[in-house]
Write a protein that binds this ligand. Structure first.
Ligand code: C5P
Length: 411
């Protein structure tokens, strides 16, 4: 049994928070509620006191004495539901003048926040920056859903179903409890490739792709947090994204697919696992021009780029004698469910991998600071797992999978 603090802040979605409390209690946990004053306009003290059989923490008790941090001290998990835009800003800035923000600031327990607000507030650059800051600090953010909003408008910003919030929060708790007992990847070496390669056309131009490197970085970070020695091969990842990495991760920066091949072949020697998340260009210009290509004002035609095939790094490692005991590839596909499953199964069979992480991509899904939905296919193309949520949540699920697979090899 764990102690969970549910922090309630002042939005119309607060009426769903009692269900989150009830679900946590039903799972056998002890629940305390901390509420902001504004939230009591939506759900009153008597409701909280009725369902938890204890006072709700609203006023900062015994400031200056240990009492005010008591909730933070006992918490094994903090769930903020709903989290208003105001609360996200306050958490990101480290405020501590109400019981909800104070408890988060004073606690080292995992924190799950479930934002709910009007679409415009959710999409506002300030809110998105606050969410990115919180995620960077390891806070688990459950993205809002789309649908009817309290204002009568509809769009993104709706609180997901409370049962779903409780389920995801309890998964975070279970992972934290497991990580507390022993780092699951202790003594393992994991090589992760991330980002997107750039194939030079001339000194200023390249053929590239939209990969931000976030999913690979999240996997490197999750593996490092789980005790692994992590070697990251990073292709063209923005410095702002690289800051999300724990300092223990060893980084090799590369540019093109050929650079990535060389680095990967060197780094996988002696490793336990290779996770190949990088978007590697399949083709490169036959030869990069030594000087910038100019347009001839007298002509209207355009130069033709001759492309040649790049090596398939995953395939090469997967079929080599330096293949680590575990090799995981990624497949970003577009199409219907049926089509992407078929593409994924084909890759799993061909590339010499143990697993393929299959995800659907499109103009608005898959790339950048957005949630992911990954299906794990084994070498025979069978779906053996599914990870959904933020890229950190997906990464934590994969770190568990890597640990379980490597442990199973020793049994
Ligand atoms: O064939 P496709 O590019 O879809 O396969 C994706 C997987 O193969 C990813 O894991 C990617 O990192 C890897 N790959 C590679 N070398 C290439 C192309 C893809 O290692 N040239």
């Amino acid at each position: 049994m764990a102690t969970i603090v549910v922090g309630v802040t002042g939005g119309v979605a607060a009426f769903k928070a009692p269900i989150v409390v009830r679900e946590c209690q039903r799972a056998g946990h002890d629940v305390y509620v901390a509420a902001t004053r504004a939230s009591l306009e939506f759900v009153g003290r008597s409701t909280w006191e009725g369902i938890t059989s204890r006072p709700v923490a609203v006023e900062i008790a015994g400031e200056g004495r240990a009492e005010h941090v008591e909730l933070a001290r006992v918490a094994d998990l903090i769930i903020i539901v709903p989290a208003t835009a105001n609360t996200l800003a306050r958490l990101a800035s480290g405020f501590a003048d109400d019981m909800v923000s104070l408890t988060v600031l004073a606690s080292d327990a995992p924190v799950v926040v479930a934002p709910a607000m009007h679409s415009n507030m959710w999409l506002a650059p300030a809110t998105q920056a606050n969410v990115a800051t919180l995620r960077g600090r390891g806070v688990h953010v459950i993205d809002p859903a789309s649908g009817a909003l309290g204002s009568g408008d509809s769009g993104i910003g709706r609180l997901p179903e409370p049962e779903e919030i409780a389920r995801r929060a309890l998964e975070v708790l279970a992972r934290a409890e497991k990580a507390d007992s022993a780092p699951i990847l202790d003594g393992r070496t994991v090589v992760v490739t991330a980002g997107g390669t750039r194939e030079p056309i001339d000194p200023v131009r390249f053929l590239g792709n939209k990969s931000s490197g976030r999913q690979g970085l999240a996997i490197a970070a999750a593996a490092a947090r789980s005790g692994a020695t992590v070697r990251l091969i990073a292709a063209n990842i923005d410095d702002s994204v690289m800051t999300l990495l724990p300092p223990s991760v060893e980084v090799t920066r590369v540019g093109s697919a050929l650079d990535m091949r060389e680095a990967t072949m060197a780094q996988v020697v002696g490793a336990d696992a290779l996770v190949m998340t990088a978007a590697v260009a399949d083709f490169r210009p036959q030869s990069a021009q030594a000087s910038k290509m100019k347009k001839d004002p007298a002509r209207s035609d355009a130069p033709v780029l001759h492309l040649v095939r790049n090596p398939d790094i995953l395939f090469e490692v997967g079929h080599s004698n330096i293949r680590p005991p575990l090799v995981i590839g990624f497949a970003a596909e577009t199409g219907t469910d049926e089509e992407i499953l078929a593409y994924g199964a084909d890759k799993a069979a061909r590339k010499g991998v143990d697993f393929i992480c299959l995800n659907r991509v499109g103009a608005t899904v898959g790339f950048g600071d957005v949630p992911n939905d990954i299906r794990l296919l084994d070498a025979s193309g069978r779906v053996v797992g599914r990870y959904t949520g933020s890229k950190d949540e997906v990464a934590a699920g994969l770190a568990d999978q890597i640990a379980a697979f490597l442990d199973s090899l020793e049994r």
